[in-house]
Design a binder for this molecule. Structure first.
Ligand SMILES: Cc1ncc(COP(=O)(O)O)c(C=O)c1O
Length: 356
């Protein structure tokens, strides 16, 4: 049973400063061909790849709240980190530029991809982001400890130059550094209101939401939003990097921090956080045949492109869970397209090898 009304939840979200960045609501459509091909359940897509900023993606929803905090704190430089082809870093750099704030990106090499100007790295370059490279752990999303030393040094350097840095944690998910609240997750609580209202218009209830999960904020926001205003919608996070045991705890922490920040009357239990770690395959960012085929499946059936690092893996999971009978044939399942398509291009050699 829903614990809050949509109006209640909207009021809680409205307490946060926000800059409007995205075209919303993003489209929600039934994927008729894919549903038919996979033999049910009813699959819908939420096009968060069409948020409108820097090729779209989940990060621009988060940044509506994060950039408002940066402006409030009168910072003139944003520093963040992730991997070389990071969608998060690209979106952050784009938003920073829009507000006349200097973006500094620490990009760690976490999988075997050339450091040439292609995909997101090309876009970072066009944006004139200040890029610093680091050596990451192969096949894993960059952990905060790896970035700590460089962050400290760069923030110091910026202060010495008379500027005001704002450090945002990777993915804008976990609170920390200069982001004192899980502002990114608040963006995805808001996304749940959007999806719920779109479903109300078509007179349906959402049984499942499935999406790629990396730093946890998208999932945490949706878990909180779903528990607040839906009738038992289950949010399934498909991990692209971390094992379920450790990662679920991080998501739960972000969920609880989000509940606290929004002052909701809600308990999030560990069972509310559903993470699948069976689809990490060869590690974070490593493109293989299965992922390439999932990208092609969506392109073939619906003319929609997924990315090979996040949404492609979420599609591998969806197909497999359908095969394993995880859903009833009349369930309504929403696949969130969280963006990331620029990463298709630097992975061109692998994708074309696996699809030939
Ligand atoms: C395309 C895409 N999908 C999903 C995610 C996962 O989102 P989160 O970091 O909020 O878990 C990311 C994060 O980088 C992403 O870039």
């Amino acid at each position: 049973m829903a614990r809050h009304t949509i109006e209640d939840l909207k009021k809680c979200i409205q307490k946060f400063p926000r800059e409007r960045l995205i075209h919303s609501p993003t489209p929600l459509r039934k994927l008729e061909n894919l549903t038919q091909k996979l033999g049910g359940p009813d699959i819908f897509i939420k096009r968060d790849d069409m948020t409108g900023l820097a090729f779209g993606g989940n990060k621009s929803r988060k940044l509506e709240f994060i950039i408002a905090d940066v402006l409030k704190k009168k910072a003139d430089t944003i520093i963040t980190w992730a991997s070389v082809q990071s969608n998060w870093c690209l979106q952050t750099a784009a938003v920073a530029n829009k507000y006349g704030i200097k973006p500094i990106l620490i990009l760690f090499k976490t999988y075997d991809i050339p450091e040439e100007f292609d995909g997101n790295l090309l876009l970072d370059f066009i944006l004139d982001a200040d890029i610093r490279f680091g050596e990451g752990e192969a096949g894993r999303v960059v952990q905060v400890d790896q970035a700590k030393e460089m962050l400290k040094e760069i923030a110091e350097e910026i202060r010495k130059e008379g500027h005001r840095p704002y450090i945002v944690p990777i993915g804008g998910s976990m609170k920390g550094e200069d982001m004192e609240l899980p502002l990114g997750a608040v963006g995805y609580v808001d996304a749940i209101i959007e999806i719920k209202q779109q479903f109300e218009k078509i007179g349906e209830n959402i049984d499942y939401i499935i999406h790629a999960t990396g730093s946890g904020g998208t999932q945490a926001g949706m878990v909180v939003g779903a528990k607040a205003v839906t009738e038992n919608t289950k949010v399934l996070g498909v991990s692209v990097s971390e094992k379920k045991d450790v990662f679920s705890k991080d998501v739960l922490t972000i969920c609880r921090d989000t509940v606290g920040a929004l002052e909701l009357k809600l308990e999030i239990d560990k069972d509310d956080v559903m993470v699948f770690d069976d689809y990490i395959q060869d590690g974070y960012g490593v493109v293989n045949k299965e992922v390439s085929e999932a990208v092609r499946l969506m392109a073939h059936t619906e003319g929609i492109f997924l990315d090979p690092v996040y949404t492609g893996k979420a599609m591998v999971a969806l197909v497999d869970l359908i095969k394993k009978g995880h859903f009833n044939s009349d369930d309504k399942v929403v696949f969130i397209h969280t963006g990331g398509t620029p990463a298709l291009f630097p992975n061109k050699h692998l994708i074309s090898k696996f699809l030939t």
